[in-house]
Design a protein around this ligand. Structure first.
Ligand SMILES: NC(=O)c1ccc[n+]([C@@H]2O[C@H](COP(=O)([O-])OP(=O)(O)OC[C@H]3O[C@@H](n4cnc5c(N)ncnc54)[C@H](O)[C@@H]3O)[C@@H](O)[C@H]2O)c1
Ligand SMILES: [Zn+2]
Length: 374
């Protein structure tokens, strides 16, 4: 079992506990931090069928009262209507200021449950039990909560840090292959810009990771959480530093939007965005061709497709400008500086971005990838 502490001062620091097969400890850990709270556990039917009994048994075994609230499975349910239903349920079962909401599921459940906890009675305690790779290495740590609005993804939300994050990496065994690989997009992201050792570990253990070997998965998740928590501790509300975690994301968001959030998974779009930003970096002399090849090769070994969807480069670029923050503050692109370092490019020349997108579309490995891995 490993542990990371998210250091946010006396009131809001919390533990992230990482291990394989540790879900049964949820009850004891909840009691350790909150005493004897009433619990509302939020999940979806798929995840609850797999892990609900274990989580609930552990909580009840520790003498806690547990209410269960399920939301339908899918990003389209991360909305205000479901938020309202969760608040209704919280009120109906009589959650109090001392109560705890637990999220058991991926990023969708985590974001909605966290939002519910952050506004019910002006904010009650919240525990994350993430069960997807993306949620374990990214969304469960850092306190961002949100629901989508017809006019924008994650348009409505709050910052509300969890009181505890319990990561049972064994839950990843049941994750669909495409979900697992999409999560790897975020994992590689950390390695490229922030941790050369993680990047090397991924190169060395790619096969074990793909086979989801317990030791390898646990180590990789631990390293990612450690990076994320360090960044969050320094810049909780994304006033500056935290934005570097958006590496690859400016490209990715545009690609996801062009596909109406249906054609491509977020993590996969991030991998493609990462390739585009890395090509830009190579063109600017911030990484060399060998380093770019290593990045592409790693994605390939991890079975992450880099095939760019068939949208014109110009459209992808225009989509990147179509963001409120970009309109206010100008475009900022995070690029790698060597492996394990980063730089921020402010207001890059349009042609340089369009060229990087075009090159990513033509990148030989990107195109041949699927044939190689099938
Ligand atoms: N709050 C943040 O900081 C943050 C960061 C990144 C992403 N997000 C959000 O996270 C969401 C995406 O999260 P996600 O990728 O986890 O998607 P998800 O929550 O939709 O989960 C993906 C699928 O896997 C299923 N699933 C979950 N755990 C499983 C398991 N152990 N075994 C089998 N199936 C399982 C889910 O039911 C779902 O069908 C997006 O809404 C995104 O905006 C938030
Ligand atoms: Zn992401």
């Amino acid at each position: 079992m490993r542990e990371v502490r998210v250091d946010l001062g006396q009131d809001r620091s919390y533990r992230v506990i990482i291990g394989s097969g540790i879900l049964w400890q949820l009850g004891r850990l909840t009691k350790d931090i909150k005493g004897q709270p009433k619990i509302m556990l939020i999940s979806n039917p798929l995840v609850f069928d797999l892990y609900g009994a274990k989580a609930v048994d552990s909580l009840r075994g520790a003498g806690l009262t547990v209410n269960i609230a399920l939301m339908p499975d899918g990003e389209e349910y991360k909305n205000l209507e479901q938020l309202q239903l969760m608040l209704d349920e919280a009120a109906r079962v009589g959650l109090e200021r001392s109560s705890v909401i637990i999220a058991l599921g991926g990023g969708v459940v985590g974001d909605l449950a966290g939002f519910t906890a952050s506004i019910y009675q002006r904010g009650i305690a919240f525990i994350q039990v993430p069960t997807t790779l993306l949620a374990q290495v990214d969304s469960s740590v850092g306190g961002k909560t949100a629901v989508n609005h017809p006019r924008g993804k994650n348009l409505i939300g709050t910052f509300h840090q969890p009181a505890l994050v319990l990561i049972d990496t064994a839950t990843l065994d049941t994750l669909r292959e495409e979900e697992f690989r999409a999560g790897l997009g975020e994992v590689v992201k950390y390695g490229i810009i922030l941790d050369q050792n993680l990047f090397q570990l991924l190169e060395k253990e790619a096969q074990g990771l793909l086979k989801r070997e317990a030791e390898v998965v646990q180590e990789v998740v631990y390293r990612c959480v450690r990076i994320k928590s360090q960044i969050v501790a320094q810049d909780e509300k994304e006033a500056g530093l935290r934005m570097i975690l958006n590496f690859g994301h400016t490209f990715a968001h545009s690609i996801e939007k062009l596909g109406h959030y249906k054609e491509i998974k977020h993590g996969q779009a991030v991998a493609i965005g990462t390739l585009m930003a890395s090509i830009l970096a190579r063109n600017m002399g911030k990484i060399d061709s060998t380093q770019l090849s290593r990045i592409v090769h790693l994605f390939r070994c991890l079975g992450v497709s880099l095939k760019v969807p068939d949208y014109p480069a110009q459209m992808i670029y225009e989509g990147m400008l179509n963001d409120k923050k970009v309109k206010d503050e100008g475009l900022r692109i995070i690029v790698p500086q060597g492996i394990g370092g980063y730089d921020i490019i402010y207001n890059p020349a349009p042609d340089s971005i369009i060229e990087a997108i075009r090159e990513a579309k033509d990148y030989p490995y990107g195109c041949r990838y699927e044939a190689l891995n099938d």
